[in-house]
Ligand binder design. Structure first.
Ligand SMILES: CC(C)(COP(=O)(O)OP(=O)(O)OC[C@H]1O[C@@H](n2cnc3c(N)ncnc32)[C@H](O)[C@@H]1OP(=O)(O)O)[C@@H](O)C(=O)NCCC(=O)NCCS
Length: 191
């Protein structure tokens, strides 16, 4: 029998509970929520893909999330309110690397939930999981310099600014720069 994959977490992502929210496995019943979140052009303004066009595109997104999970390259949780289990955002570990014990983080929230401290509460659940359960050594973060919310969130979480890449992405008919951030496990543990 072969050894278990280092990032093996069973057949679905575990639920990670916070005070107001939980990170949980995304299901078919969340397609409308995914559609609502990711069809908003303000949410995807600095996202790696354009807004979803319709519900079918949200179905495809959910299928992709499942495929990447099965390949253990991207773990994407729904951020659900504890009170009604409604998904209002997602948190992601992308480009998971066993060899380098690293991943990239990402998160997005429905616009009507912005600026209520939701991601300040949700992301530490993801970081604990990444550093303690998966035993990652490093997390990468990236933000467009105009994305004030993302810059503030990464700094709030303890990420260090490590660099700046000019014209890193081509989105919305423009070249977008990227501020590069990093967080090491020992830094997270000693916060
Ligand atoms: C980035 C995002 C997830 C932040 O989530 P949020 O729950 O609204 O953030 P919080 O309320 O926890 O705030 C975190 C920090 O960001 C600051 N902040 C939030 N929105 C801000 C804004 N529009 N402008 C400036 N600062 C902002 C908060 O003041 C807080 O900083 P502080 O700790 O110094 O007080 C949300 O704005 C979003 O979904 N944006 C669109 C998707 C995106 O760009 N994702 C990031 C790329 S991966």
């Amino acid at each position: 029998m072969s050894a278990p994959h280092p990032f093996d977490v069973g057949d679905r992502l575990p639920t990670l509970d916070g005070a107001r929210l939980r990170l949980r496995w995304l299901e078919e019943r969340d397609v409308d929520a995914l559609c609502r979140i990711f069809s908003d052009a303000q949410v995807t303004r600095y996202w790696s893909s354009p807004p979803l066009k319709d519900r079918a595109a949200a179905e495809e997104l959910l299928a992709e999330i499942g495929d990447y999970f099965a390949a253990r390259t991207l773990y994407q949780w729904g951020v659900a309110r504890i009170e009604d289990d409604e998904v209002i955002g997602t948190c992601t570990l992308a480009s998971l690397s066993v060899e380098h014990r690293r991943a990239e983080i990402g998160c997005a929230l429905a616009r009507d939930s912005w600026r209520q401290g939701i991601m300040t509460e949700a992301m530490p659940l993801l970081l604990d999981f990444a550093f303690e359960k998966l035993q990652l050594h490093r997390l990468d973060g990236e933000a467009d310099p105009r994305n004030a919310a993302s810059l503030a969130l990464l700094e709030r979480l303890g990420f260090s600014r490590e660099g700046y890449q000019r014209q890193r992405f081509r989105m919305y008919d423009e070249w977008q720069d990227a501020v590069i951030f990093g967080l090491l496990r020992e830094e997270w543990r000693s916060r």
